[in-house]
Design a protein. Sequence first.
Length: 127
Amino acid sequence: MTPCEEWEGPTDKDGYGRMHIAYVYGKSVKMYIHRLIWMQTFGHTDLLICHHCDNPPCINPEHLYAGTAKQNTNDMVERGRHRNNRKTHCSHGHEYTAENIYAYQNSRQCRECRKLIMIKIRQRTKA
């Protein structure tokens, strides 16, 4: 893969380049630079513009791809960038291990908690 070309202008808190592009009804309209680069290179898309390189300030068109929110979340989870990847235990104190993780809608859930929830649901439906 070719090297990253990093945006040197202003960035948001996550490191993505943003730029003012217009005023609409007196309000500033900003656009992500990597999206602007994609549109200039490949044309408009309603999809998200994601990074193959996993480098937020990168604006190299070869490193960008158009994808769905689901694809973007899957990429974040696979690459360890999803906010939930830093959690080591579920909210009920069960440890996240390979055996105790249940993948559901692009997120991970605790299998122990899921078992308890399913038991409660079955009990309610029997009653």
